[in-house]
Design a protein around this ligand. Structure first.
Ligand code: PRP
Length: 210
């Protein structure tokens, strides 16, 4: 029997992803051992895991280097890879939003936006292409995106909003909602056919816990 390989997003999704796998009867002892090993296994179930940067998870899955991935919908939208999204795991819920200074509230349709700062340039590009005739300049940042409108780098931002605290404490507001985000399970297209039974059972065992 060949190994089924699962790619997990490193970071805030890791812990809950592991709990779901454990709940599905997978032995995650090695995965939780804090080892420096990059590939961890559950020998009994012939499953192996690795942790990767969130943006890399859909890449591994599309190329079949991992059969399954657990990653945020934000990353899936941004990466636009050819995969099966089989389950909405329902945790790490937040919203992808356009946000900006209070003064712009309710004026999204009438104001001119020239620059948008974001960690998600593709999502921002798609949104503004659909919503706006004039072109906007998308500025890619790596984090603390809320800073951009405060220091005059951009008019608005496209970013994740969870509790809304970061926006509030910086005098910013949601101007429009782009998408509901949460953790998703994705499967490689070929693996889905070749390992239909094993992957199908795993999907069922995870779904039961949701
Ligand atoms: C995320 C996101 C927002 C913040 C939203 O940032 O980009 O900045 O959390 O959460 P809130 O609505 O509960 O305040 P993260 O903590 O990942 O850090 P980053 O800004 O460096 O990306």
């Amino acid at each position: 029997m060949r190994y089924i390989t699962i790619a997990l997003a490193k970071g805030r999704l890791t812990e809950l992803s592991i709990s779901l796998l454990e709940g599905a009867g997978i032995d995650c002892t090695e995965l939780k051992s804090n080892s420096r090993k990059l590939i961890l296994t559950d020998e009994k179930n012939k499953i192996r895991f690795f942790l990767a940067k969130p943006a890399d998870v859909p890449v591994y899955v599309e190329y079949g280097a991992a059969d399954i991935g657990i990653v945020g919908k934000d990353t899936l939208l941004e990466e636009g890879r050819d995969l099966y999204e089989v389950l909405n795991l329902g945790f790490a819920k937040c919203k992808m939003c356009v946000a900006g200074p209070k003064e712009l509230e309710g004026r999204m349709d009438s104001i001119t936006i020239t620059r948008v700062a974001t960690k998600y340039p593709e999502i921002a590009r798609m949104y503004f292409r659909r919503k706006r005739k004039e072109s906007v300049e998308i500025i890619k940042l790596s984090g603390s995106v809320e800073l951009a409108p405060l220091v005059g780098l951009s008019d608005v931002i496209v970013d994740l909003v969870e509790t809304g605290r970061t926006l509030k404490e910086n005098g910013l507001v949601v101007l429009d909602e782009i998408a509901d985000i949460s953790a998703r399970m994705v499967v490689n297209r070929v693996s889905m056919k070749m390992e239909k039974e094993r992957i199908g059972k795993l999907i069922q065992d995870i779904r039961k816990q949701l």
